[in-house]
Structure formats: C-alpha cells, structure tokens
Design a protein around this ligand. Sequence first.
Ligand code: SF4
Length: 253
Amino acid sequence: MMYKNCPKQFWYFYNDKAAREGYNVLGENLAMNRGQEFHLAVDEFYDKIQASQLPWDIHEFRIALPQSKDDVVNGWFDWYAKSEWERFEELSKESLEPDKAFMPLHTELKVELPDRINRTGHVDRIDLIPGTKNELCIVEYKCGKSYDMEKSYMLTKMNAEIGFYAAILNKDKRFNQYRITHWKCINPFYEKIWYNNISGVTLKAVEKAYNGLVDLVNDKGPFDRKTSVLCMHCPYFEPCLGSEEARKEFGFI
Ligand code: SF4
C-alpha cells in the first residue's frame, strides 16, 4: 500500500533505517508524540482495569489513564475513558460476564507472514465480537486529523491497511479457530469510532495489489516521490523534502 501511495516513502521505510529511527528518536513531530503517548497509555489501560476490583466505575476508567502534561492528550484520555465506559455499560446489558467480554484478546500484536516479500504488520488491538464465539474485530487507534473515515480516500486507505492485516491473520495458526470479520478505527482527535466489516472484495483487492507491488519491487521499479498534502504528515518529510532545493522543486515553498 505504501508503495502505491508514494514510492519514495516505501523506499525510506524499507531501506533507510537511520532516517526512520532518527525521526522517532528526535520526536520532533508533535502529532506523532501525541499519538505515541496515547497508544502507550491505552495499552496499559486494560492491564490496570483488569487488575482493579469490580464493580468498576467511570472514574476508575479515567484513573487507569495517565494525566498528561499536554492538555490536548488529556482531552483524548477523558474521551477514551468515557467511550470505553459506554462500551462496558452496553456489554453489561448483554453479557453475564461483561468484564471478560470487555477485555481485548490481544493488544500490540506483531504479525508476520513469510511470502515473496515477507508481510509484516502491527495490530493495535484485537477484540472478540460480543455475541459471537469466533468472530474478531481488528482495532486501530489513529490520532491524526487526516484519519477521517468520512473522507472516501481515507476509508479506502484504511480498508486496504486492515485488509493487509486480515490477510496475514487469516493464515496465522494462532487464529485458526477465528474469523476476522470487522475492523474499528478509534480516533480521539475527532472523538469518533468507525466500525466496518471486512469484505471479500477488499481482501481480493489487497492480494492483487500486494502481488503487483512485489512484481514492481522485484523489477526494481522507480522510487519516485509522489507529493501531496499528505506529505505534511509523512514520517519521512524531513529526509525527503527537508532541503530548500527539494521543497522548491516540489512546490512546498
Ligand atoms: S514526504 Fe511525500 S514525497 Fe516524500 S516520502 Fe513522504 S509522502 Fe513521499
């Protein structure tokens, strides 16, 4: 998917480890720092809630998330505690053991599938869908303002990303007894949650795109820059378009 969006971004991701790591270590991108803070806190949230005594209440949900030095992130935590509390209350109406139904099956799961070029990924969370015994939902946290699923291009992009993960998980022995049927995108910036099914059409399109891209890479296709407004959110903006020369050439000055 990355190659299709921007060949140069794909090149940075796979070939320029230093640029990639340097960006993360320097942490000069405020949006990325906020996203990382949110991800880390949400991962610990479930362990803290599980360790706390029943009955739970909404205050415990908020306390299980930290107090940030950044008010924007605190707003995200307030919203997340509330929305997860509402999910728990819904489950309490439907399930005899809502605390168990509430807990994710996995968080921060690294996935890998050996292939022509190994497929790797990182899934934020996997939930068992309430009322089913074997249907799973892939949950992704996306904190950026570009992740608005009401925009059709973003919905397509997200479908492709989730389809890629679903294709890996479908062949992962740990999930033999499950079916990956839905995905959820949680965005605290918009205070919104989108819930969608994973269609067979999407999975077929992902397979086709993956094989096409592998062919291109194996043929050493060109790694051209594909500039757009999304460059402003690209983790490789500095190495790619940081110089005055490059910015001028691609109209960023
Ligand atoms: S900054 Fe733009 S052109 Fe450069 S790698 Fe990122 S998406 Fe591609």
